[in-house]
Structures are given as structure tokens and as C-alpha cells.
Design a protein around this ligand. Structure first.
Ligand SMILES: Cc1cc2nc3c(=O)[nH]c(=O)nc-3n(C[C@H](O)[C@H](O)[C@H](O)COP(=O)(O)OP(=O)(O)OC[C@H]3O[C@@H](n4cnc5c(N)ncnc54)[C@H](O)[C@@H]3O)c2cc1C
Length: 471
């Protein structure tokens, strides 16, 4: 087995220790904005539509439901606080792809991939115009996505990618002129496919717009059960119940209120660091004046980006699944992973040695076996659901909101006729098989990264049956 650049060019351990010494264990984004609080639910409520879940999926759905029909009464129930989960702590890459990248999309839906690609770009444009229409201040920057090669075997992959519209291949000199990492061997800049946003500001602004449109939002209102009568759905919380004509489940990686969806996703923990604001001299030493979102091409990949106050947010690589499928606060601190991330950061940017990280955090990625959202209805069409965005949900949740409202309306649309929307992926197996399979897949992915990207028999067999594991 070979070594990776992160092993060949690792910084000294004291550089990493010093950098992490004062890092606070909370998401930088949630520390950087005040998200409005909403009341708790004390007594029985009735609504035309109840949305369960106050992340992007739930908030976009509530807004769009009101836009489609302002007379419809819409209530949103959130178990904790709006945006506390993945929506408030992600990387803020709002990417056009609805399929977790082109390769995954083409492999699974070869016939309809061009339509999916087109719908993805349309979706991203629609998000951008919605941000403008409601004057939402989310630090949006459509700077695109810079894919970088840090190993020789990744360079031809990038050459292939750059044949697409709007993508430019950058050789070693050109990519280092964009961002001064001595490890970059080549790059491919897709200028149009990514909008960087501030994740928690997006939550705050979606909450504001939803409230302005008349959506009633309740926090600390965990729905515990659903019961259905001929024409209503009853949602029970610990203190009261809500009655609805229709329901949208936007609960993502959390245990589904529908038994049929319990095995569809697994929480995979992804870890992130944010630096302190860099000095002018440090910023000059890396360039990055075009402010792209960056990611590399390995199975265990990094994603990183600048913030508007001069920090770098750096995440990815380790993707950790804990036996039992649970989402737990105690999984969020993982010193070995933060040390690995910090070490990789200084491998890429040795000129920043001495910089400190101000924040370290983690969140549960909503992983499903097809790497992108699945959809459906239940209880005779009164309930719609979407989940499983697998780490690429910032833009796709906006698309999912429309799909669910289309499904509840019962009228076929371009979206609901997609095979991607009509067919459910394979579930993950129950424990202990889930852990065994996921750990084997992770080990195989690490081996591939150490072996010039060559996929072993396990990964090839998983590819062949459409089963996958990713973050
Ligand atoms: C560290 C990290 C980095 C990421 N980076 C990116 C990125 O850069 N780009 C990208 O596109 N995607 C990224 N993602 C993924 C993206 O954040 C998610 O796909 C997206 O936020 C999903 O939104 P959501 O509303 O479906 O889920 P969530 O934000 O998880 O919201 C679900 C909500 O439902 C609530 N809920 C659950 N059960 C109940 C119940 N029974 N009753 C009431 N409420 C309930 C929860 O409390 C939660 O608030 C990242 C994710 C993580 C964790």
C-alpha cells in the first residue's frame, strides 16, 4: 500500500496541538448569528398542513406551501430548536447537483441524468432568486466549486471532468495561482454550480420569511406518534396533539415516524474546524481571491471554504458511524479526528503554521444507500416525506420541498415523474450487519485512497448492486 500526501507531508505534532488548544466545541456558524426563538406548543392546534422538522427541508416546505396557497394554515413543529442540527452546522456548499455528483447520478439514472442535471441548475438559480426576492442576508457568493488533485492519480480524473460546460481545467501552476497550496497538482473550476452561503444565517432568514408569510413555528415540540383517521392525521407530542389535513415529514436523519423508513438512513458523523480570522498577511499568502468552495477527489475527501470574516472552515475526511444508528451529542467530540483534520490543514497550507482554530464541531450526515434524497407518501397520500440527502442537502432540500408539495397535491409534475423520485433505494440492513458492512466499506475506501484510487472487490460488488456508503 502507498502513502497519501497527508502522511508524506504531515506537520510536526506540536503545530497541531498548538492550533487546537483553544478551539471551542461548538459550530462556528451557530455562534455567529442569533436565530429567533419560537414558542413551545401548549395546547391543541389544527392546521391544513403540519411540517415536522425545522431544518432547511421543513422551512423551505412551509414557505413554499404558503407561496402556493396563502390561505392554507401551516404549522411547523421542531423537536429542539430551529436549525440546531445539520442545517445549522454544515459547510454551506449550496451545490446544484441533486444526485451527489455526476458520476453517482449517471450510474443510477442514466436515462434521466441530463434532466436531473438541468433541474439541479434550475433549482440553484431559483434559490438565488428567492434569496434576492426576500432580501435574505445569508452571505451568498456564487463563486463555484474548485476540485483539486493532491495525488498524481487524481490528475487525469480532473482532466476528464473539465470537458463539461462551464468547467475549466487548471494545471499545477494555474491552480496554485488561484489558491497557494504547494500540494495542489491540478484543479477543475466549475464556476456556476455552487453558491457558498452561511448555513445558520440561511436558517435564520428562512425562519423570518416563514413567519412573515404566516407559518406558525413551535419549538421543543417533538412529535412522538402519528395516527390517521379518514380525513385527518393526528400528531402527538408529550403535552398535546395537533390535527392536520396533510403532513410533511422533514425529520431527515432522525428516527422516522414511519416504520417503513427506519432502515433507510444511517447517521454518519462528519467533523469540521474553523480557524480564527486570518491576518492580511496570511490571507495574501494563500491568495484565494476568487473565494471558491474547494474539495478534493479522494473517497475520504475534504471540503473547505472561506468565510466573510476571513476564516477558513475545513471539514470532511473521517466519516464515523456508531453502531445502533443513534444521533447523540457525545459522538460530536472526537479528538483523534480533529487532530487529523488539523494536520491535513497544515499539510495543505504549511504557510499558515501558527494559526489557531477557534471552533471544532461535528454533525450527523443523513446517509442513504443511493447518496441522495428519496421521497414518498404514506397513509393514503396524506403524508409526504423526503430524507437521505447524504451530505449534499443544502440546495437539494429546496427541490425536495417542491417534490413533497407536488406529491401532496396529487398532480403529476416534471419532478414527480422522475424515476429518482418514484423509486425508493435499498435500505441499510439491521444491526449488527449495518455496522459490519459500513466498517468494511470504510476500510475499503481508505485502502483505495492509499492505492491510487483502485476499488477493491467489496466496493466493486457494492457498486454493482447499487449499495453505497458515503458522507
Ligand atoms: C457537518 C456537516 C456538513 C455538511 N455540509 C454540507 C454542505 O456543505 N453542503 C450540503 O449541501 N450539505 C451539507 N450537509 C448536509 C446538509 O446540512 C443536510 O442535508 C441538510 O441540512 C438537511 O436538512 P434537513 O432539514 O432535512 O435536516 P436537519 O437539518 O437535520 O433538520 C431535521 C430537523 O427535524 C427535527 N426533528 C426530527 N425528528 C422530529 C420529530 N419527531 N418531531 C419534531 N422535529 C423533529 C430535528 O430536531 C431537526 O431540527 C452537511 C451536514 C453536516 C452534518
Amino acid at each position: 500500500m502507498g502513502t497519501t500526501v497527508y502522511e508524506r507531508a504531515a506537520p510536526a505534532p506540536e503545530v497541531v496541538r498548538h492550533a487546537l488548544a483553544g478551539a471551542q466545541a461548538r459550530a462556528f456558524w451557530l455562534d455567529d448569528v442569533v436565530i429567533e426563538r419560537h414558542p413551545t406548543l401548549e395546547s391543541r392546534v389544527e392546521a391544513d398542513l403540519v411540517v415536522v422538522g425545522g431544518g432547511y427541508t421543513g422551512l423551505w416546505t412551509a414557505i413554499k406551501a404558503k407561496e402556493r396557497d396563502p390561505e392554507r394554515s401551516v404549522v411547523l413543529l421542531e423537536a429542539q430548536r430551529v436549525g440546531w442540527a445539520a442545517s445549522g452546522r454544515n459547510g454551506g456548499f449550496c451545490e446544484a447537483s441533486l444526485t451527489h455528483g455526476e458520476e453517482n447520478g449517471r450510474r443510477r439514472w442514466p436515462e434521466e441524468y441530463d434532466t436531473l442535471d438541468h433541474l439541479g441548475l434550475e433549482n440553484l438559480d431559483a434559490i438565488e432568486s428567492t434569496l434576492e426576492r426576500y432580501a435574505m442576508k445569508v452571505d451568498a457568493e456564487r463563486t463555484g466549486l474548485l476540485k483539486v488533485a493532491v495525488e498524481e492519480h487524481e490528475v487525469p480524473w480532473l482532466r476528464e471532468r473539465s470537458h463539461h460546460d462551464g468547467a475549466t481545467y487548471l494545471d499545477r501552476e494555474a491552480v496554485q495561482a488561484e489558491i497557494a497550496s504547494p500540494r495542489y497538482l491540478a484543479g477543475c473550476w466549475e464556476r456556476d454550480t455552487n453558491l457558498l452561503i452561511h448555513p445558520a444565517k440561511l436558517v435564520a432568514e428562512l425562519g423570518r420569511v416563514a413567519t412573515d408569510l404566516g407559518v406558525e413555528i413551535f419549538e421543543h415540540a417533538a412529535v412522538e406518534a402519528l395516527t390517521t383517521t379518514a380525513d385527518r392525521v393526528r400528531l402527538s407530542t408529550a403535552v398535546t396533539e395537533v390535527s392536520a389535513r396533510q403532513v410533511v415529514l422533514a425529520t431527515n436523519v432522525f428516527p422516522s415516524l414511519l416504520r417503513r423508513n427506519r432502515l433507510m438512513t444511517v447517521p454518519v458523523y462528519d467533523y469540521v474546524l474553523a480557524t480564527e480570522p486570518l491576518s492580511e498577511a496570511q490571507l495574501r499568502s494563500i491568495g484565494w481571491s476568487n473565494r471558491q468552495g474547494v474539495s478534493d477527489l479522494a473517497n475520504q475527501f475534504h471540503y473547505y471554504r472561506p468565510t466573510t470574516d476571513g476564516r477558513i472552515v475545513f471539514g470532511g475526511y473521517d466519516a464515523v458511524y456508531h453502531t445502533g444508528r443513534r444521533v447523540r451529542a457525545r459522538y460530536e467530540d472526537r479528538p483523534a479526528t480533529f487532530e487529523r483534520l488539523a494536520s491535513h490543514f497544515f499539510t495543505l497550507f504549511p504557510q499558515l503554521e501558527g494559526t489557531r482554530f477557534s471552533h471544532r464541531w461535528s454533525g450527523a450526515i443523513d446517509t442513504c444507500t443511493q447518496f441522495c434524497a428519496f421521497f414518498g407518501t404514506a397513509r393514503r397520500g396524506k403524508i409526504a416525506y423526503a430524507a437521505g440527502f447524504t451530505g449534499l442537502g443544502v440546495a437539494a432540500t429546496h427541490f425536495a420541498a417542491d417534490v413533497m408539495l407536488d406529491l401532496l397535491a396529487g398532480e403529476p409534475t416534471r419532478r414527480t415523474s422522475l424515476e429518482m423520485v418514484r423509486k425508493r433505494p435499498l435500505p441499510f440492513p439491521p444491526e449488527p450487519l449495518a455496522s459490519a458492512g459500513i466498517n468494511l466499506a470504510r476500510w475499503s475506501m481508505d485502502r483505495a485512497d492509499h492505492n491510487q484510487g483502485r476499488r477493491n472487490l467489496v466496493l466493486r460488488a457494492m457498486d454493482a448492486v447499487g449499495l453505497g456508503f458515503d458522507s
